[in-house]
Design a protein around this ligand. Structure first.
Ligand code: SF4
Length: 323
């Protein structure tokens, strides 16, 4: 733990101007540096939304509301929770600052796909909502862990180089020990290989260390639409996390210095806001030429245009250092 403690500290006024990262910003770079450039360097933010995003935000909010009822010692009001789930809310938490549509409206808005089974869990959204109702009744009923913080904001300095910030869905406390929980609305659980040194939970662990002086003893992914769970950060994760963060920040620094952001086309392009094949992309949907032609109905390794390193090295102009 000492090695981590030496690299983590609170943000002070003197740190203004350091580059700021969230876990998702790092993940976007790892998945596709070109997408990172469009989104975070060129600031091509789109308001694109999707059934997965809207339903995910709604379910997070309902669980957060239940957690707050438990934490404040109230009896859980399932009628109220069910009303939020079905009808949504017009005022939400600090993070989203948006109104949330309920299941009734989402079913209407996304009627073409609402009853379709997905290709991983085999369940439709209608079926997933029934499973979520079961999860809602069971979650946080284990009285050994006390749900204590919800959508907890954090920020800290990593290695005197960058500000890491974000929100943790839930932090539970038991006898002065901590557990971080992240709600997932994915259609399947993760490969074991993604869990051992989860960057997301590694960053959350550093946030807990910065704020409470301890590392969490459990890091739980809770898959709330398929009623499953997984635990991340296996033995020796601390050293592996340091290595992983050093590598990714080194790679980002190198890309930004050369202004060279190489596309990584994969089936994930189909969900990228800069991709022509993404049916939910809007204003920036034709931004990327290098996209994979993979779609759920046409599984191919073909790309629209191959990346040419020489051509791009010559045309990119040098940028000033950011680290
Ligand atoms: S479409 Fe694919 S290659 Fe292009 S920016 Fe998006 S993820 Fe990267």
């Amino acid at each position: 733990m000492q090695e981590l403690k030496d690299r983590v500290r609170p943000v002070t006024d003197k740190d203004k101007g350091l580059p700021t990262f969230s876990y998702s910003k790092i993940e976007v770079f790892k998945n596709c540096p070109l997408q990172y450039k469009f989104k975070y360097m060129d600031k091509k933010y789109s308001q694109d939304t999707s059934i997965a995003l809207e339903l995910g935000s709604l379910c997070h909010y309902v669980l957060e509301t239940k957690g707050k009822m438990i934490a404040s010692g109230q009896a859980v009001d399932y009628d109220k929770l069910n009303n939020i789930l079905q009808n949504g809310v017009t005022e939400t938490d600090e993070k989203t600052k948006e109104e949330l549509l309920g299941v009734v409206q989402l079913r209407r808005k996304y009627f073409e796909v609402w009853h379709e089974a997905d290709n991983a869990s085999g369940a439709s959204y209608e079926e997933k909502i029934k499973l979520f109702d079961k999860v809602l009744h069971e979650e946080m009923e284990d009285t050994t862990w006390q749900p204590t913080y919800f959508e907890k904001p954090f920020e800290f300095i990593w290695d005197n180089k960058v500000i890491l910030k974000g929100f943790i869905d839930r932090i539970d406390v038991k006898d002065g020990q901590y557990r971080t929980v992240d709600y997932k609305t994915s259609k399947k659980i993760y490969d074991q290989s993604k869990l051992a040194t989860s960057l997301q939970f590694g960053i959350y662990a550093l946030a807990i260390l910065n704020e409470f002086g301890e590392l969490p003893i459990e890091s739980q992914y809770r898959f709330i639409l398929i009623d499953d769970e997984q635990y991340a950060l296996t033995k020796g994760w601390e050293k592996r996390l340091i290595k992983a963060l050093d590598k990714v920040f080194g790679d980002i620094e190198a890309s930004e210095n050369k202004n060279l952001f190489i596309p990584k086309p994969t089936p994930l392009c189909h969900w990228c806001n800069f991709c022509t094949t993404n049916p939910e992309a809007t204003i920036y949907k034709n931004e990327c030429e290098y996209y994979s032609k993979w779609t759920p109905t046409q599984k191919t390794f073909e790309v629209n245009k191959k990346w040419n390193a020489l051509e791009n090295n010559n045309t990119e102009k040098k940028r000033k250092l950011v680290f």
